[in-house]
Design a protein around this ligand. Structure first.
Ligand SMILES: Cc1cc2nc3c(=O)[nH]c(=O)nc-3n(C[C@H](O)[C@H](O)[C@H](O)COP(=O)(O)OP(=O)(O)OC[C@H]3O[C@@H](n4cnc5c(N)ncnc54)[C@H](O)[C@@H]3O)c2cc1C
Ligand code: FES
Ligand code: FES
Length: 1369
């Protein structure tokens, strides 16, 4: 080796070197707290990994990490969350991002192509992470020795493909198309199971379909580990610890030395840093010690004595090892236990977390910080022991002792954990070992902490003197229920040991468990958690009780009754259960649509415009725009008090970093400007609280610093001093607002009109429900891209603002007002929005304005990418409501009058809230109430301003209607469906409720949909099957429900411009913003359709030559707001009108040319027209015809659910939807809107709790506490039919809206859950000897597991055991 090379190698050995997409990066210095995501997004061109949460909970940042093992010449590839991975820990590794898999220049990867073709990308913000997650599974499947499947497929199997993205969240698609895209690569997929795509049509044969899939070519797969990096990997791959403050000890001795040396300093031992996802420490550490390279900590040894797991071994590695079949060294019962441990571990976090998260890290978090760990609980049940090492000594103690000790000091290290063998059974003893683990969590697979977890191990044997089963010994562990750490229920263990199991014994054991599993004060749902403990214990032991077929119905139905047979069956079932218990995800789906060629290419289900670059991550969102020189970053400081004087705002100098440029508040508004942060038709909201803050979550200041991380840290540590003197108490509830007459005005036009004579209607009623109440909470948007803007000062006091916003026009004028500059000094640009759902309409304006204000003041570019927590706290969300109703009805359920009062919590500013009375009442009127009187008040409170969220008001209105119908049905003990039936509108009643919006008789398709879906979903038959199921099952109940929806929309004026460039390509501008809803795609289709008539016969269509460009508020003014479901159609209509103008201009020209030249092609026509100065740019401002601009949308859904009465978990088994889309402009896009909206609705009704503290400050402010649906919580069968009705001639090419209305259909899931709960309550009452048919109850929204369980009976197992004991006596 030359001396030069030697020097080079030496230097390299100490520096941080890695590859990203084959490109080499060498960093001479780096702050060791830098994450890989921060680095990728700020220092490289690879922007496909996105920041969705920063806490490991969403998957937007997933990348592939590849490690090279030079000894075995092997590359190991696995997915990781780049938002938690520290940069120093990837030394000598290779990273692959989605653009590294393929891209627009080098060709897309088949994964990108499948996502595109299966319509699996809408806003696209989640898509690169999804693609990499799938790629990770694919590349590992390819390494197996499975046989090579034919070309379009990979070695993946369906289950792996589906699970690959289980931890990735998507807020747009509803996951079904994503599941299809993933499964399309699996070798064992049934191609007929795959849904709508742009590769084939249903007419194609199976073989043709297969041949049309983009080929997966394993021989040309990308190389994940570049050769040059392999060559660089020599023995010394550690970092220069001094330079990076990052130590990577390679032996225990070295580690011990370091611990000694650094005793008393701020050091952080780290394995994969995923713990930061939960604890989000902001404290900077002086030194990091990476434990991954200590061999003793990486041991994974399985033998007859048990399993030794080094503390740094990842959860994925443990799962893989424990699941390995035929581990001959094991006793069979060990194998069973270990498999179940592995199976439980598969529900911990998500794949991309488990791939790096260490078992030791988990246990230390549990020990030191009381993390609600699963691993501690399951390992506790099997008597695990741990080795601990401090700077001076080694120590072996039981895991239980470890957990009970005071927090492990920072100079100690957990070395390993050992699961001892449960040993072999002596043949003569006849004992059987039972082992089971449990967890109840809001999402079975998709990254959710458990409300409670448990693991039980028991040695049982048949009793020699009776028919019963003897518990020789048991070990019962519980955790995560709001306890400091997992516990062993010793008293219960002792009580059960030596007992013959019977209902009485079990009852007593459950009583003891109740006294043991007690959550600490402040834990949410303590009674629920303890009921889970009782339920799980019951589930585990009830099968062993004499007469078990009766007792254990639902778990072990119909087993033989002799104890011996029971025991041996149990032994078997213990094994069988293992596979049964892995939750399945989407099992099947069907899409029925009728395509129409009348307006070709409008009506074609073409793929979303830009889907491929969204998949590869090349699509540019605001935060992907490279920072201009000198760019600063901002973060809001918000109030934590609802109504208080802001005395001072202190940004402490420590521990916040240097780099703060300014702290901007209302005092910094220019003299000619105004403290305005947002504005809508009904009023404005200040940018910052002035002396008085009006709500918790209100902006009080804007920190501007040199990096987003620094701005966030400073904002986070800021201390706001409040004063309360001389202030009235804040208004934090609608009741208080009414007391103090605190309301916003509602323009008469938006106020609902009464229908009929309410007194007469009430007089006609046979029955009345008087003053019943419902309360509805809020919902957070959870767009995957949080609020973001970039403001760049321009010449002459101008400013350009890039904003992720649904209404740039409003932002434009607010910025001008705030800065005190004319509107022609401001330009707002919006290309695409990573999900909006209404949350980026008004709420995005202050973000853009704050950046603009800071940029204006500091004369430097300023950007902000709001962190998830702040976004969740500040952005508002859906309107909470309180509803009080009195309803009169006949004995057959026909409602004669409804009187209703609705109090809407609008928060501090009017925003869009004055529209709410109109929308709530519109959806509420879906039934013929006879007479209707609505009194709605829009309350001004000291809560954050609520804004429109997808189907604002309509969603609540639709729910209220169903709640009333259900209440009436329960009161009369009638089938709810029959009550719905008698109250459905006739066309006549429709006209009296909806007046002009009712349209023509032919347009009223709801009765048709109602009947059609009953047939296609086999509704009547399934109702009977559900009844039968409920008769036969005690611990699971099903419910089924059919629900109609009505949704009024209105078109608004919209501008458009179509310009034909010299080469024949076309550029289009529209007022609408592409927020994932497919607006650009429809606009492209419409442009191609609009210009079709001028094309020659050989020209084909122009689809591929159309580009829709970003919204620019100075180029196309009066763009308005994107929302209300009609922006796509009005933008399309504007474009169609532009095309008409162009066609009109070009036709005579073409005719003239044709006379001279014969048939003329598009390119020639255009170039000639350019030469002849024909104006090839046309603009319009489409103003909808007032008489037909508002119309109704209809749909029906049937949902069937199954409720687990022991946990309260609701599984959506099947959903059938039929929706009238008119002549769909693009059925693929509309289908995506329907499915996506429906799943978002499931979130609202079932899982999303947007909670505040008593000051109104949002407390569910992370992916840990706020649970949107994930792949494993969507309907198992999901069937959607689009009714392609052509009765809508007044609509844009006979189309109808699809963006919001289908969200309302999700109420059917809630109603079905209610039906199942009703059955559970009936059964519960019958056990207490009462008649259950009278059970009237309300099911809250969201119907979370604790809510459902509470209604099903927190003491259900006790009640049942008592009942069965009573029956026996
Ligand atoms: C999104 C998400 C979901 C999750 N869901 C679940 C879940 O459902 N159930 C569950 O049980 N867990 C869950 N976890 C927790 C996860 O298992 C832990 O974050 C992970 O195991 C920690 O491992 P790590 O290597 O990343 O530890 P690190 O983050 O590197 O370390 C965690 C802490 O332990 C210390 N530490 C690490 N190793 C040692 C050691 N050997 N000796 C002494 N101190 C040490 C570190 O200093 C740090 O304080 C989830 C985590 C995430 C991010
Ligand atoms: S951003 Fe990393 S998981 Fe959400
Ligand atoms: S497409 Fe998945 S979040 Fe928008």
């Amino acid at each position: 080796m030359s001396s030069k090379m030697a020097v080079e190698t030496e230097t390299r050995n100490g520096t941080l070197v890695f590859a990203v997409n084959g490109q080499r990066f060498e960093l001479p210095t780096v702050d060791p707290s830098t994450t890989l995501l921060e680095f990728l997004r700020s220092q490289t061109p690879f922007k496909s990994p996105k920041l969705g949460c920063g806490e490991g909970g969403c998957g937007a940042c997933v990348v592939l990490l590849s490690k090279y093992d030079p000894v075995h010449d092997k590359v190991e590839d696995f997915t990781i969350s780049s938002c938690l991975t520290l940069l120093c820990s990837i030394n000598r590794c290779s990273i692959t991002t989605s653009e590294g898999l393929g891209n627009s220049k080098n060709g897309f990867h088949p994964i990108h192509q499948r996502f595109t073709g299966f319509h699996a990308s809408q806003c696209g913000f989640c898509t690169p992470g999804m693609c990499v997650s799938l790629f990770g599974a694919l590349i590992n499947a390819e390494k197996t020795n499975r046989s090579e499947p034919p070309p379009p497929f990979s070695k993946l199997n369906v289950s792996e493909a589906e699970k690959a993205v289980a931890g990735n969240l998507c807020r747009c698609t509803g996951y079904r198309p994503i599941a299809d895209a993933c499964k399309s690569l699996a070798a064992d997929v049934d191609i007929e199971d795959l849904g709508l795509n742009s590769f084939w049509t249903k007419e194609h044969s199976k073989e043709e379909k297969i041949s049309k899939l983009p080929v997966y070519d394993r021989n040309h797969e990308i190389c994940t580990f570049p050769e040059f990096l392999k060559n660089e990997i020599r023995s010394g791959i550690t970092l220069d610890s001094k330079r990076y403050n990052w130590h990577s000890p390679a032996s225990v001795e070295e580690l011990q030395n370091l611990l000694k040396v650094y005793e008393g300093t701020e050091i952080k031992t780290v394995v994969s840093n995923t713990g930061m996802g939960y604890y989000k420490e902001i404290k900077p550490y002086d030194k990091y010690i990476d434990l991954k390279h200590v061999p003793e900590l990486s041991i994974l040894k399985l033998d007859q004595t048990g399993v030794e797991i080094g503390a740094a071994v990842t959860i994925s590695k443990v799962i893989e090892a424990l699941k390995k079949e035929n581990q001959h060294d094991f006793y069979p019962r060990d194998e069973n236990v270990l498999r179940k441990i592995a199976s439980h571990m598969e529900k911990v976090a998500s794949g991309f977390i488990r791939n790096t998260a260490s078992v030791g890290g988990n246990l230390v978090m549990a020990q030191r910080k009381h993390f609600p760990s699963d691993i501690a609980t399951i390992l506790l049940a099997v008597d695990s022991v741990v080795d601990i090492m401090s700077s001076h000594q080694f120590e072996r103690i039981t895991l239980e002792e470890f957990l009970l000790r005071p927090p492990l000091d920072f100079s100690s290290v957990l070395v390993n954990v050992k699961i001892p063998s449960v040993g072999k059974v002596l043949p003569e003893t006849n004992t059987i070992l039972l082992f089971e683990t449990y967890r109840a969590a809001p999402r079975p697979l998709g990254s959710a902490l458990a409300f409670l977890n448990a693991a039980f191990l028991a040695e049982v044997s048949p009793c020699e003197t009776s028919d019963g089963i003897l518990v020789n010994h048991c070990q019962l562990a519980f955790g995560a229920y709001g306890t400091k750490h997992a516990i062993r229920a010793r008293r219960v263990e002792e009580f059960l040991s030596g007992k013959i199991l019977n209902a009485e014994v079990l009852y007593e054991a459950i009583q003891l468990i109740r006294a043991t599993v007690v959550s600490e004060d402040g834990t949410a749902n303590p009674a629920y958690r303890s009921s889970l403990a009782a339920g799980f214990l019951f589930e585990f032991f009830s099968s062993l009780i004499d007469g078990s077929a009766e007792i254990s119905n639902g778990f072990l139905n119909g087993y033989a009754s002799t104890s011996m047979a029971k025991c041996s069956k149990l032994g078997q079932s213990n094994v069988q259960d293992y596979s049964n218990k892995i939750p399945t995800m989407l099992s099947s789906a069907k899409q029925v649509l009728e395509l129409s060629k009348s307006y070709y290419p409008v009506g074609e289900p073409i793929s979303k415009s830009g889907a491929a670059i969204q998949a590869s991550g090349e699509a540019v969102y605001v935060d992907d725009i490279p920072s201009p020189t000198d760019c600063l970053h901002g973060a809001f400081i918000y109030s934590t008090k609802p109504l208080a004087r802001v005395r001072s705002i202190k940004v402490n100098s420590k521990p916040h970093p240097d780099g703060v440029a300014a702290v901007i508040s209302y005092k910094d508004i220019p003299e000619l400007g105004e403290n305005i942060g947002s504005n809508f038709f009904f009023g404005s909201e200040p940018l910052f609280a002035d002396e008085l803050t009006q709500c918790a979550g209100q902006r009080v200041a804007f920190v501007v610093a040199d990096a987003q991380k620094h701005a966030n840290m400073v904002a986070n540590c800021a201390v706001v001093e409040y004063g309360m003197e001389d202030l009235e108490p804040p208004i934090l509830s609608v009741e208080e607002a009414v007391k103090r007459s605190s309301f916003f005005d509602v323009p008469p036009f938006f106020y609902p009109q009464p229908v009929g004579d309410i007194s007469k209607g009430m007089a006609e009623a046979d029955h009345k429900i008087v003053s019943a109440e419902i309360k509805l909470g809020s919902q957070y948007y959870f767009y995957m891209e949080t609020q973001t803007a970039l403001a760049v000062p321009d010449e002459d006091n101008c400013i350009v603002v890039y904003s992720s916003i649904q209404n740039p026009e409003f932002a434009h004028s607010v910025i001008a007002k705030c800065l005190g500059i004319p509107e022609n000094n401001v330009r707002v640009l919006t290309r695409r929005v990573g999900g909006g759902f209404g949350g980026k309409a008004v709420a995005a304006i202050p973000v853009a304005t704050a950046c603009a204000l800071a940029a204006h003041k500091l004369h430097r570019p300023v950007r902000m990418y709001m962190n998830r927590k702040t976004d969740m706290i500040m952005t508002g969300g859906r309107h909470p409501m309180k509803i009080t109703y009195t309803v009169g009805f006949k004995a057959d359920g026909k409602i004669t009058a409804l009187q209703i009062e609705i109090l809407i919590d609008a928060g501090i500013s009017p925003d869009m809230s004055p529209l709410m009375p109109h929308t709530v009442s519109s959806a509420l009127q879906k039934y013929d109430w006879g007479a209707l009187s609505i009194n709605i008040k829009v309350c001004k409170t000291n809560n954050t301003s609520k804004s429109s969220m997808r189907a604002p008001g309509d969603l609540q209105g639709s729910f209220i209607a169903e709640a009333i119908i259900e209440h009436v049905a329960s009161t009369l003990s009638l089938e709810v469906d029959s009550v719905r039936n008698v109250n459905l509108h006739t066309y006549n009643s429709l006209k009296s409720f909806y007046r002009d919006r009712a349209g023509e008789n032919l347009e009223y398709t709801l009765p048709l949909l109602w009947e059609k879906l009953a047939v296609s979903s086999s509704f009547d038959k399934r109702v009977e099957m559900v009844k039968e199921f409920n008769r036969c099952n005690k611990w699971k109940k099903k419910g089924i429900s059919r629900v109609p929806i009505f949704y009024g929309v209105s078109l608004r004026p919209t501008p458009g411009r179509v310009s034909i460039l010299k080469d024949g390509s076309i550029v289009v501008e529209v007022g609408g913003i592409e927020i994932g809803q497919g607006l650009w795609t429809k606009v492209k289709q419409m442009t191609a359709f609009g210009l079709n008539t001028i094309l020659g016969s050989e020209d084909g269509d122009l689809l591929d030559r159309v580009r829709v460009i970003q919204a620019d508020t100075l180029s196309l003014i009066q763009g308005g707001i994107t929302g209300g479901s009609t922006t796509s159609e009005s933008s399309c209509e504007a474009v169609r009108l532009c095309c008409n103008i162009l066609v009109e201009r070009l036709t005579p020209f073409k005719e003239r040319m044709q006379k001279q030249m014969g048939p003329i092609k598009w390119d020639t026509l255009v170039s000639q027209a350019h030469m002849q100065s024909v104006n090839l740019s046309a603009s319009t401002f489409y103003i909808p015809d007032a008489s037909s601009s508002s119309y109704l949308n209809y749909g029906v859904a049937v949902s069937e659910v199954e409720v687990n009465l022991l946990t309260g978990e609701t599984t959506v088994l099947q959903v059938d939807i039929i929706y009238d889309c008119g002549k769909s402009l693009n059925p693929a896009v509309d289908l995506g809107q329907i499915e996506g909206a429906f799943v978002q609705g499931i979130g609202f009704f079932m899982s999303e709790e947007y909670l505040t503290n008593s000051d109104g400050l949002v407390i569910t402010d992370s992916t840990w506490s706020y649970k949107i649906p994930s792949m494993d919580t969507i309907p198992k069968q999901f069937n959607v039919e689009l009714l392609n009705s052509s009765h809508n001639e007044k609509r844009v090419l006979s189309s109808k809206a699809s963006g919001e209305p289908p969200l309302l259909l999700a109420v059917s899931v809630h109603c079905a859950t209610r039906a199942a709960v009703k059955e559970a309550r009936k059964q519960l009452l019958s056990w207490s000897g009462q008649d259950g048919s009278e059970s009237i109850f309300q099911l809250d929204v969201p119907a979370t597991m604790p809510v459902v369980k509470e209604l099903c009976g927190l003491d259900i197992v006790e009640k049942y055991l008592k009942w069965s004991l009573g029956r026996k006596n």
